[in-house]
Structure formats: structure tokens, C-alpha cells
Design a protein around this ligand. Sequence first.
Ligand code: 26A
Length: 345
Amino acid sequence: MSSTASSSVSARLVCLGNPLLDIQATVSDEYLARYQLKANDAVLLDATTEEPRMTIFDELLQFPDVKFIAGGAAQNTARGAAYVLGAGQVAYFGSVGQDKFSAQLQAENDAAGVVSYYQQQPQVGTGKCAALITGHNRSLVTDLGAANHFTPDHLDRHWDVVEKAELFYVGGFHLTVSPEAIVKLGQHAQKTGKPFVLNLSAPFIPQFFKAALEQVLPYTTYVIANESEAAAFAEAFGLTCQADDLAAVAQHIVGDSKTRTVIFTHGLEPTVVVTPQGSQTYAVKPLASDKIVDTNGAGDAFAAGFVAGLAQGEKLDRAVDMGQWLAALSIQQVGASYPSEKLAY
Ligand code: 26A
């Protein structure tokens, strides 16, 4: 196992997640129904069992509009943050195989200015995510592959990168892989007073990985989620408030912390932000429907604009606005991507 990074720059932002290649295609409602998939959801396949949905990856190759696009939620956020902060300012940790998929991911990170610290697995293929598009919805079906083999000692090997960073962004999806690695970063962040941002990533994280989530929540200074993840959190933690009362759920996650901020996005509805000082909403500027290409990665792009704002020392209001701005740009691209030209915020 070795790292593929070859840069000696010091990145301001360090991200940790599951590097995946997205295999994206437009499918019918019948196709989703055949595999019992919801139009807007994320599911994790268990490669160790007989899993009928594994065939989706091969089937997609026959679809006329199939595309191979860099994915992995936190990696999308890393590329988006580099879009704002510039080359060399963002480092990304995750585990990949030694194949053409990881070569494509590495190339796309390089092009975006993200420094990749990949742990490489010689025996396991790079993870992949089927992004099944129906209208403005996307259903994500993931086979983690090599991403499932990330180990915390890979952080130790590059601890200088961690020490030089000013803030951290972790995808909640990684709670299924290495909560130990997240705790390691969290403890460093807590000790040094650096911001530590966690995205809840998908409803199944609070639902099925509650214990791991409880382990890392104490280290968070920012928690980002969308409305369905907020509702799943409320249910999993048995909150007494309504699961769709976003401000109330956020208040619970802030708890008695003096340093934690919770940000809930809600599609076109206003973004809800709760701090220890109070709560606030931020309207979303709607994009004309004919400008929407696909919403895959919109949440990752919001997180990217937001953390880039934090890295630049912006106030909360402006960081939220930067998140909304970058999400709108990403929705106008295929997959979790950003425009090829640099548009200033
Ligand atoms: C553990 N799981 C299920 C996952 C993912 C994931 N990234 C990390 N871990 N399932 C889907 N994604 C990514 O989410 C992005 C859209 O937000 C997809 O690769 C897609 O690019």
C-alpha cells in the first residue's frame, strides 16, 4: 500500500472519504422498481453476500447515455472546494484499487487541484457508484470496493499534512468504513481548535450507523445534512420533536455545545442554520428548470462552497451563500462536477 500524492504544498483543507467512480445513466421508473430502489436515495451494497443489485453496474454499460464521472461524496466536495480555493489548497484521503478507475479519479483530482493521498489496495478494485437518474432525482447504489479498506495508519503516514491543515471535512459515508480514522482527525481538530465538519451523507447513516455517529459527533463543530437525513436522525435518536421540524432537530444536534453549528439544506426550501446563539434561515435562489442538468452531487457542492468559505475566514452568512452558489453551478453540470471555466463567487 502506498500513497500517490507527490506534492509538498500544505493544504488548508483536509477531506476524508470513499473515492468512487460514478457510473451514471438515465433509467426508467420501472428500472428502479425492479431493484426496489427509491428515486432519491443512497444505498450501500454488501459485496460479501449474494446481492442481485450487483448486476446494475454491468447493465448500465448498455444504456445509451452512460457516463463515467469522478464521484465519492467527500471527494466531490474536495474538488468543489479547490474550485474556489485554488490548486494545492485541498488534500483528500481515501482508499482505491490499482486500476483504470483510480487512474481516472487521480487525474480528475489533479485537474481540479486536489492533492490525492490515496491508500492503494493491490487486491481490490476501486469502488463504484451507480447514479441512476430519473428526472431531477438520483438514486445512488454503491459497491465500496477498495474504499472499504481505508485504515487510520494511512493518516499517520501523512500526519504532516494533517498538522498543517486549518480545517477538516469528513463524509458521514465514511462512518461505514473507519470511524477510528474520523475520531483520529476529530481528536486532532479538538486539541488544536480547528473546525471539524461532518456531513451526515444519507438517511441510512443515522439509521444503521448510529453508534459510529455518536462516537464522532462530539468532535464536530459543523454538521451538514439535507432534510431527509435530518428526519432519519430524529427518528434514529428518538427525538421528541417532529422529524420534519428542521430547526428543532438542528437544535438537538447543537445540544449544549458552545461551538457547534448545524446546517440543513432542503432543496429549493430555505437552508436552516442553528448555532448556540440561535437559528436562521437562508432563502435559495431558484434555478430555471431548463437549466438543471442533474442534481447528483448538489449537496456535496453546497458543502464545498460552505467549507471553502470557512477556509477563507468568511462569516457564516457568506459561507452559506457560497454553498448555495456552488450547488447551483454544479446542478448545471453532468454529475457531481463544476464548470470547466473558473467563475468567481
Ligand atoms: C458508503 N457510500 C454508500 C458512499 C456513497 C458515496 N460516497 C461515499 N460513500 N454512495 C454514493 N456516494 C457518492 O455520492 C455522490 C453524490 O452526492 C457518489 O459517488 C456521488 O458522486
